[in-house]
Design a protein around this ligand. Structure first.
Ligand code: KG4
Ligand code: ZN
Length: 414
């Protein structure tokens, strides 16, 4: 049975007509055979409506994305029903654009892959309902995708990377470290105990009123912090990096966010300005918060590498560490991670920034990976549901904490 909640109704009669119109806008060639497998990927788990057509060799044949960032910046954060409405308004056009750009007909597709977990319920529902109708009409297999699995595997599209590798996935909604042993084999080493780093950056950027800053007005919070930090001095403020005494691979960012909040209130008093105006020390605060977050992320990743190396889960030389997710497009954080991978004789690999943030390519590629491995391909997707919350892989974070690995007293040069 389909998910029967508010979102299920959105693709009722009118929408079915739209799907029909969508399909009839292409010339269908039912008999055409392609050498390579070709997957249409659809992503709507948060605030980007994205689609892409990717083939087995990693060629991106067509791509389209509609970002809601600017709209959510105006409302001071993502309001789920607003995100849902924007997905509804854009999904047909975005999928159509991606397929048209590929110069293929929908019937040429080997399968349709769609993010069904984790994410915002209302947003996931739009992508799933749309995809199920498409799958039903085209009689194609459906591949449900875990958003974080897709972030982790993107690197295998851009680089030649074998399993196992360590993945650090840092975004607006997620923060985790996992050992990737296969397409759907993950060992979860640690995760954020509260908010994700992107969420923290977004909140700090809002508190700093960076939307009113002429250089940052259209940027996501994290991007604005990175941009402004380049003009600031990280040493002006001593923001303690989180969880200094922890011996596990978990993260925490809400304490840092609270400390920055207090600092901003104090600076507003000192500078005699009202909340809502941009502080003259905004760039220094941005640099300090970015530095504290980078140190926390780098040190926790350091411990995860040591854990994996000591347990024989990763090689002692030339193991690959992958950083992905929106926050991994931050060059300062990448530099901190590079310092750690140099110390541990690993190689840091990151997808290009546009593939770190949410996109349809990573979903289509995850579909290709699953198709090749013969994993989770549904020929009858009836009963499939979206899952707003869904852990990734086998959670061994307790074991990691019990190992209580100390990080050597070295300076992580950033
Ligand atoms: O992966 P993503 O597009 O969506 C989620 O799955 O959450 O990540 C979006 C997050 C936002 O919080 C945004 O502020 C952050 O990634 N972000 C950055 C940068 N670019 C985007 N954070 C730090 N530095 C950046 N350059
Ligand atoms: Zn994401």
């Amino acid at each position: 049975m389909l998910i029967l909640n508010k979102t299920a109704g959105i693709f009722s009669k009118a929408s079915k007509r739209k799907t029909y119109e969508f399909l009839s806008s292409f010339t269908l060639h039912p008999g055409k055979q392609f050498l390579h497998k070709i997957v249409l990927g659809i992503e709507t788990s948060c605030d980007d409506t994205a689609a892409a057509v990717v083939d087995e060799t990693g060629n991106v044949l067509g791509e389209a994305i509609h970002s809601q960032t600017e709209i959510h910046l105006k409302t001071g954060g993502i309001i789920p029903p607003v995100a849902q409405q924007l997905h509804k308004e854009n999904i047909h056009r975005i999928v159509q654009e991606a397929v048209s750009a590929s110069n293929l007909s929908p019937s040429d597709l080997s399968a349709i892959a769609t993010t069904i977990k984790p994410g915002l319920a209302l947003s996931l529902g739009v992508g799933l309902s749309f995809s199920l109708q498409l799958v039903n009409q085209l009689k194609k297999p459906f591949i449900p995708i875990h958003h974080m699995e897709a972030h982790a595997l993107t690197i295998r599209l851009t680089n030649h990377v074998e399993f196992p590798f360590l993945a650090l996935l840092i975004s607006g909604g997620h923060c985790l470290l996992a050992l990737v042993q296969g397409v759907s084999e993950f060992l979860l080493l640690g995760k954020s105990l509260d908010i994700a780093p992107g969420d923290m950056f977004d909140k700090v950027a809002r508190r700093l009123s960076l939307g009113k800053h002429p250089e940052c007005a259209t940027m996501s919070g994290g991007k604005a912090i990175e941009h402004l930090a380049k003009q600031g001095n990280k040493l002006c403020f001593d923001l303690k990096h989180p969880m200094q005494r922890a011996k596990n691979c978990d993260f925490s960012f809400s304490g840092l966010q609270n400390n920055v909040d207090k600092l901003i209130t104090q600076k507003e008093k000192e500078e005699g300005i009202e909340a809502g105006q941009v502080l003259s020390s905004a760039a220094d605060i941005a640099a300090a918060v970015q530095h504290a977050a980078a140190r926390h992320i780098a040190r926790t990743t350091y411990r995860a590498i040591l854990f994996c190396q000591r347990r024989g889960l990763l090689a002692h030389t030339d193991a690959v560490v992958v950083a992905s997710g929106g926050v991994a497009s931050n060059m300062y954080i990448r530099k901190a991670l590079e310092a750690v991978t140099d110390l541990t004789r690993c190689t840091l690999l990151c997808p290009p920034p546009r593939l770190c943030t949410d996109n349809g390519i990573m979903i289509a590629w995850n579909g290709i990976e699953r198709l090749r491995a013969g994993l989770g391909i549904l020929y009858n997707p009836e009963g499939i549901r979206y899952e707003p919350k869904c852990p990734l892989g086998l959670d061994i974070s307790k074991e990691v904490g019990e190992a209580a690995i100390k990080i050597p007293r070295v300076i992580i040069k950033i």
